[in-house]
Design a protein around this ligand. Structure first.
Ligand code: HEM
Length: 514
């Protein structure tokens, strides 16, 4: 009996200590004078995202609490803001102290795991990876990849013709086609594989990439536990891996394909413009990534810190595992974002025919007599640039990843941000703020338009995506008139997955121009 009482007393004591600690942690925003929704001591505010997607919840909280507010993911405080001064400080000026991305509760350990790529890496490791991968995305490299992009767009036209012919109304579900196009393009440009995904909806690459994306939304309970008890992250990751051990994980299929490709390319080292060749040339035979991150002083080392200020050398090389992980990252980061963006652009063009006509007119004027669009001449299509910018302003589809974690406690625009706090950009509220409409573009802050994030960790594939979108626009607008199909639902209904995308595919009429 005594032991039962002792056990009950100990349990009650531990629960009380836990409760008291959580309550103390959750006072942080009140002490800073920052408003926000009342947190539950166990989950914080994450249950709100079960009822409504995060990007919509942020917009509602923005209306209730103003441009800067705080909430909790389990015990972790997240400061959400659309204040351009705070964003500028965090993403650019004080990047040295804010170089860490927001971590998800179930993911690899960014400091100790071999399988970490650029997206999750931090500190010197991130700097090394970014400096190796950056040269693969220069203007010169994009110019070399453009013929591949154009070839993929040609196949898209062939497939679109067939799809339109199958219905009397010439109705086509465009996002499914764009997904196949952008995956095919990235497989060719990143891996150098002549894939046929656009023609084959059942392609292995498409099925497995979609499987990975879908998987990010499939374990809400595991994710909730991860947010609530972040200190047990290794346990959540082990459970996640076990679940995939008994149920096939589509990532394994992709890793195997990429690994085969890496082995083949190592044996056949011909020069090629694809991203894999660039990374293989920077491959270095070491036992562990730690040997590459250790400061060294040999030739080829950078001598700057994360902001490019203090001297701290870093080796410009990748391990073989890092090459595979980056190839996988480019597939995943590149195809879904670009296809969803194209979906939004064509939806907007179909529902705003005068804008569609103006883009077409600009193409006809600047690329007369059917001159093929290429990397150099598409730079003159300035109205098209505006249409893409404006669409991404309306729909900042990758907004949920634009966040940073504070390293050491510091001052940001008059606020004391404690170590470990997350700062997230409220991109939807920011982009829809009447202060920052396109007409006021000249006067607005550079932080008012952030669909690709901001600062040194801004999207590395920005130029790749932009060139691809412009080439596709040229190809399709010269050939077709786009109109809403009879069953197009307006306004668009959106859902949140890895990106913010359409709840259902977008049906448009694709009418060949005479
Ligand atoms: C329209 C298409 C795209 C959009 C809207 C988009 C958006 C974003 C955003 C918002 C971020 C986070 C930036 C930040 O935290 O400041 C990001 C990061 C990243 N994106 Fe993209 N992206 C697109 C296309 C691509 C493509 C085509 C690739 C690769 C081929 C790519 C590769 C990456 C990588 C590797 C990162 C992580 C960079 C780092 O942490 O250093 N993205 N992207």
């Amino acid at each position: 009996m005594f032991f039962t009482y002792l056990l009950l007393f100990t349990l009650a004591y531990l629960v009380a200590v836990f409760y008291w600690q959580r309550r103390r942690q959750m006072r942080v925003f009140k002490e800073m004078g920052i408003p926000g929704p009342e947190p539950n001591f166990l989950f914080g505010n994450i249950l709100a995202f079960w009822a409504k997607p995060m990007f919509k919840t942020f917009q509602e909280w923005h209306k209730t609490y103003g441009e800067t507010f705080g909430y909790f993911e389990g015990p972790t405080p997240v400061l959400v803001t659309s204040n351009t001064e705070i964003l500028h400080q965090v993403f650019i000026k004080q990047f040295n102290n804010f170089h860490k991305r927001k971590l998800w509760p179930v993911q690899v350990d960014p400091d100790n795991d071999e399988d970490v790529h650029l997206f999750f890496a931090r500190g010197q490791r991130w700097k090394r990876l970014r400096s190796v991968v950056n040269p693969a995305f220069t203007a010169t490299k994009m110019r070399k990849m453009e013929p591949q992009m154009n070839m993929c767009a040609d196949v898209l036209v062939e497939v679109m013709d067939k799809a339109a012919e199958q219905s009397e109304e010439k109705r086509v579900l465009i996002t499914e086609l764009f997904r196949r196009l952008t995956l095919n393009t990235i497989v060719q440009c990143a891996l150098g594989i002549q894939d046929n995904t656009i023609r084959e909806p059942e392609s292995g690459f498409l099925r497995h990439c979609m499987g990975v994306i879908e998987d990010t939304t499939k374990q809400p309970v595991l994710y909730a536990l991860g947010f609530t008890f972040p200190a047990l992250s290794k346990l959540w990751m082990a459970i996640y891996k076990y679940m995939h051990y008994i149920k096939f994980n589509p990532v394994y299929w992709l890793e195997e394909k990429i690994n085969d490709c890496v082995q083949y390319r190592k044996k056949n080292p011909e020069p090629s413009p694809d991203l894999l060749r660039q990374m293989l040339d920077a491959r270095f035979e070491v036992k562990s990534f730690r040997d590459l991150d250790a400061p060294a002083s040999k030739e080829g080392h950078e001598e700057t810190d994360l902001n490019g200020n203090i001297k701290k050398p870093v080796l410009r090389s990748l391990t073989e595992n890092e090459v595979v992980q980056h190839a996988l990252l480019f597939l995943m980061a590149g195809y879904e974002t670009s296809s969803t963006s194209l979906g939004y652009i064509f939806y907007e063009l179909a529902t705003n025919p005068h804008v569609q006509q103006a883009v077409r007119q600009e193409i006809d004027e600047l690329l007369p007599e059917g001159e093929e669009a290429n990397y150099d001449n598409i730079r003159n299509l300035k109205y098209m640039d505006k249409v893409i910018s404006e669409t991404l302003r309306k729909y900042p589809l990758a907004s949920n990843v634009i966040a940073r974690q504070c390293g050491e406690t510091c001052q940001v625009a008059g606020l004391t941000i404690p170590s470990g706090m997350l700062v997230a950009a409220n991109a939807w509220a920011l982009h829809h703020d009447p202060k920052f409409t396109p007409e006021k573009k000249a006067a607005r802050s550079s932080m008012a338009w952030i669909p690709f994030g901001a600062g040194p960790r801004q999207c590395i594939g920005f130029r790749f995506a932009w060139v691809q979108m412009k080439l596709v626009l040229c190809k399709l607008l010269r050939r077709y008139q786009f109109e809403p199909a009879s069953d197009l639902k307006e306004p668009l209904e959106l859902r949140e997955g890895a990106t913010i995308l359409f709840k259902e595919d977008v049906p448009l009429r694709v009418l060949p121009l005479s």
